[in-house]
Design a protein around this ligand. Structure first.
Ligand code: ZN
Length: 147
C-alpha cells in the first residue's frame, strides 16, 4: 500500500453527442445512451481501462495529462458542434514508475509502483496513467471552444 496522493489530470476522449453544451437541454440522465460515447460512458460509469485503444503507448490503462493541450489531442467531437469537451479527473497516484519508451503490453504498474508516467519534455507532454479503475474518477466536464 502507498499513501494516497491526489492529483488533478485531464482526460480527452470521444464525444458523440453534445452533452454539456450550454445550449442543449439536458435529458433526464443528462447524457446520451450511445455505448461508444466516451464522455457519456465516463460520466455514467467512471473509467474502465479495458476501453483503452489497442496498441496504446503504455498498454492498458487510463491515460491522463497535466497538460490540457496533450489531452485535447485525444478529444474527438463526432456530432457537428462548435464545442469540445474534456474531463478534469481526480487521480490517486503516489508512486509512479517513469517510462522512457513504449511498452504496448503493460496491463499493470510494476511491483512497487501504483501508476505509470511519462515525464514529457521537448516536443512531448507529460502523461500519467493508472491501471486500476478505482484510482481515477471524473470531477468536471469542461466544455470549450477550439479553433
Ligand atoms: Zn454522449
Amino acid at each position: 500500500m502507498f499513501p494516497a496522493n491526489e492529483r488533478r489530470r485531464w482526460h480527452g476522449t470521444k464525444r458523440e453527442c453534445t452533452f454539456g453544451d450550454p445550449r442543449t437541454t439536458p435529458t433526464a440522465s443528462g447524457s446520451c445512451k450511445s455505448p461508444t460515447c466516451g464522455v457519456c460512458i465516463v460520466m455514467q460509469r467512471s473509467f474502465h481501462k479495458e476501453k483503452s485503444a489497442p496498441g496504446s503507448m503504455f498498454g492498458k490503462g487510463v491515460y491522463t495529462s497535466g497538460t490540457s493541450s496533450k489531452s485535447h489531442g485525444y478529444v474527438k467531437q463526432v456530432a457537428p458542434d462548435r464545442y469540445h469537451a474534456m474531463l478534469m479527473c481526480r487521480v490517486l497516484a503516489a508512486n509512479a514508475k517513469n517510462l522512457t519508451q513504449a511498452d504496448h503490453n503493460l496491463v499493470a504498474a510494476p511491483a512497487g509502483f501504483d501508476s505509470l508516467s511519462a515525464p514529457g519534455g521537448g516536443p512531448s507532454y507529460d502523461e500519467l496513467l493508472v491501471c486500476d479503475n478505482n484510482q481515477i474518477r471524473p470531477l468536471y466536464l469542461v466544455v470549450y471552444q477550439s479553433t
